[in-house]
Write a protein that binds this ligand. Structure first.
Ligand code: ATP
Length: 324
């Protein structure tokens, strides 16, 4: 790893996430969807180093393909640094190095983890002492998944996913994730979901998606806002992997599979190889399998790797963005 060894560098680690439950409400007038998400932070981390500087600069290295990561102000990490400087009136800058392990555009919130890490790193580096409630508010301005990357653990997110409350989870869940080559654009996956829902409504097949179609016009009915199924929360609270496996759900999965049909082969293989259940993570294309215990997870990882997939064992929950 070629990260800075400077003694004045601040280093922060932030986790990637899995959505163990993800329900998507109808398309709203503002172009967004209300969602209900049960997030779990997992042990695949982004490390960020921040060193004092007069300007803002970013370098990205890592174990995943980082060639698609923008290095200008489109990068969420640089935007996080600028938003904190603006909010606090800090007049200097920062040089950031991100060591990336969360797959880019993989549905695991890597960019959001970077942004959360930068908020914590710059706050420490600049001595701005922004409180955690204020950091959460800045995080929500950066993106729907950024507040969760700050909080970590296990949590329920409503609204756009950013209205967060911590969820009690006991024990440790063992996951095997399968990385895909190339990412999936989150907006493209949502568009595909809307297309599939409109199509199934038109042909009179009220699939899961079509049931959630909004009444044609007018304001969105609050009663229709999605919620996280109580079975998920029970399973998390009990630390019961088998029970949680029966409740894994992702409304974006059908759309991700429609854009990447080959992900069905991965899900089938994991199923045959002893996973309790498999799910597309967020908007994909990363696939996550829940295993019964550590030994099963390691066996599953070996089987998937032998079949030529890039499979990693991770566990959750883990803490949110923190200084290390
Ligand atoms: P999301 O669901 O929030 O889109 P994701 O986990 O699927 O997240 P990310 O790796 O967070 O995907 O990034 C999605 C896109 O955002 C990338 O394709 C890239 O163009 C842009 N991006 C901006 N900042 C970053 C960053 N720090 N790391 C990775 N991608 C970034």
């Amino acid at each position: 790893m070629t990260a800075p060894l400077r003694s004045d560098a601040v280093r922060v680690r932030a986790p990637g996430k899995l959505n163990v439950y993800f329900e998507v409400g109808p398309l709203l007038d503002d172009g967004y969807h209300a969602v209900a998400s049960a997030y779990q932070a997992v042990s695949l981390f982004e490390d960020v180093w921040a060193v004092p500087a007069n300007d803002f600069r970013l370098e990205v290295i890592g174990s995943v393909d980082v060639s698609a990561v923008p290095l200008d102000d489109r990068n969420l990490a640089l935007r996080a640094a600028r938003i904190l400087a603006q909010h606090t009136g800090y007049e200097g800058g920062v040089h950031l190095t991100i060591d990336k392990h969360v797959p880019v555009a993989g549905g695991m919130g890597g960019g959001s983890a970077d942004a959360a890490a930068v908020l914590v790193a710059c706050d420490a580096l600049w001595g701005t002492e922004v409180g955690s409630a204020e950091l959460q508010r800045l995080a929500a301005r950066l993106g729907a998944d950024v507040p969760f990357a700050l909080m970590g653990g296990t949590a329920v997110g409503l609204g756009r996913g950013d209205r967060l409350s911590p969820a009690l989870a006991t024990g440790r869940f063992e996951w095997v994730i399968v990385l895909a080559e190339g990412g999936l654009s989150t907006p493209a996956v949502y568009r595909e979901l809307d297309r599939l829902r409109t199509r199934s409504a038109a042909i009179g097949h009220p699939s899961t998606g079509a049931i959630r179609l909004a009444p044609t016009a007018g304001p969105h009915d609050d009663d229709a806002d999605p919620v996280v199924a109580t079975g998920v929360l029970h399973a998390l609270r009990a630390g019961d992997a088998e029970d949680l496996a029966g409740h894994l759900h992702n409304d974006l999965q059908e759309a991700a599979l429609s854009l990447r049909p080959e992900l069905s082969d991965v899900l089938d293989l994991g199923d045959r190889a002893g996973a309790l259940a498999g799910i597309v993570s967020g908007s994909g294309p990363t696939v996550a399998f829940l295993a019964a215990d550590l030994e099963s997870a390691l066996e599953l990882q070996v089987t998937l790797s032998a079949a030529g997939y890039s499979a990693l064992h991770v566990h959750g929950p883990v803490p949110g963005a923190r200084l290390i």
